[in-house]
Design a protein around this ligand. Structure first.
Ligand SMILES: [Zn+2]
Length: 104
């Protein structure tokens, strides 16, 4: 089961870069950060968003057309119970609204 072993190693690598805090606090990613201030985790030679990887570790592969977002609003948070999968259209709509509010 080479694939399972590789996966376990990736998970260990991942959690080594997370700062777990109190039971009620966010778990912050301490690895590389992308331009959009999201955690960036290298997996099989490509970069995946850290929070998405955390979600997929717990729930399995994310369905197409879905995106993982933090309900807590902390873009570096990778805590499973702060993450929720949303349809991409919804997320983009929320992000656009946020940008418009920021400009106003
Ligand atoms: Zn959080």
């Amino acid at each position: 089961m080479a694939t399972a072993t590789k996966r376990a190693t990736a998970a260990q690598r991942f959690w080594a870069k997370v700062e777990p805090r109190d039971r009620d606090a966010c778990w912050l990613w301490r690895g590389a950060v992308s331009k959009s201030r999201r955690g960036a985790f290298w997996l099989d030679g490509r970069q995946v968003p850290a929070h998405r990887f955390a979600y997929e570790l717990a729930e399995g592969a994310l369905p197409a057309g879905m995106k993982v977002v933090q309900m807590c609003g902390e873009t570096l948070c990778v805590r499973r119970d702060h993450l929720v999968a949303r349809p991409v259209e919804d997320v983009d709509c929320v992000l656009r609204r946020g940008e418009e509010e920021a400009k106003a």
